[in-house]
Design a protein around this ligand. Structure first.
Ligand SMILES: [Zn+2]
Length: 202
């Protein structure tokens, strides 16, 4: 597609069309837009992309993206250390934060177990989770992994791990109301609030 594009334009279109959610047509649209806006804005965009890789770090406590480690959420003294919400990805954390209903801490697993994709426990932040639980402050672990098959598998793995190693910790999961097969990020805010408020014991 677009073989006749001048090389600099084709380079940009090639890059953009590999981004999630973009195909060649939208990539070309964005590239042409970049030619229309003032040069300093394009420069600033380019610099922010480089800065993203150079200055963004992964928090050593929760595994989330941050500009420092530990991140602001992990350092916030007003948060409840006794509640730990386990999510698969960082966008799950962001989703919880927008509801403003959860004031505990987080741990981001870095994905879900998936036999089909070859994702095993060693690909997830299980070590980090064990470290957090071994500190002795957490009294409740809320599993907020969604309701896909991979989420169920991961939930069952974590339940076994926690029940056998940390029997004093209460385990809960988000209340039903999240439709089966749905990833957490597609759940609307009101349903999410309700599912945290009425979370169920495991
Ligand atoms: Zn953190």
């Amino acid at each position: 597609m677009f073989e006749n594009l001048p090389q600099p334009l084709r380079d940009v279109v090639d890059h953009f069309s590999k981004l999630p959610g973009l195909g060649p047509k939208s990539a070309l649209k964005i590239a042409l837009y970049l030619l229309e806006i003032p040069e300093h804005k394009v420069r600033s965009l380019g610099e922010s992309i480089i800065s993203l890789r150079e200055n963004l770090t992964i928090c050593e406590r929760c595994g989330g993206f941050a500009d420092r480690s530990p991140c602001d959420i992990c350092l916030d003294p007003t948060r409840d250390d006794s509640k730990l919400c386990v999510v698969s990805d960082w966008d799950g954390l962001m989703l919880f934060e927008t509801t403003k209903i959860f004031k505990g801490r987080y741990l981001i697993l870095g994905g879900l177990l998936s036999p089909l994709e070859g994702k095993n426990p060693e690909h997830l932040r299980i070590g980090l989770l064990k470290k957090r639980l071994s500190e002795g402050k957490v009294q409740e672990v809320i599993l907020a992994l969604g309701s896909t098959k991979d989420a169920e598998l991961t939930e069952s793995f974590l339940r076994d791990l926690i029940v056998s190693n940390y029997p004093h910790i209460q385990l809960t999961r988000l209340a039903q109301g999240i439709p089966v097969g749905l990833e957490l990020k597609y759940v609307d805010h009101e349903s999410l609030k309700q599912s945290i408020r009425y979370r169920q014991k495991l």
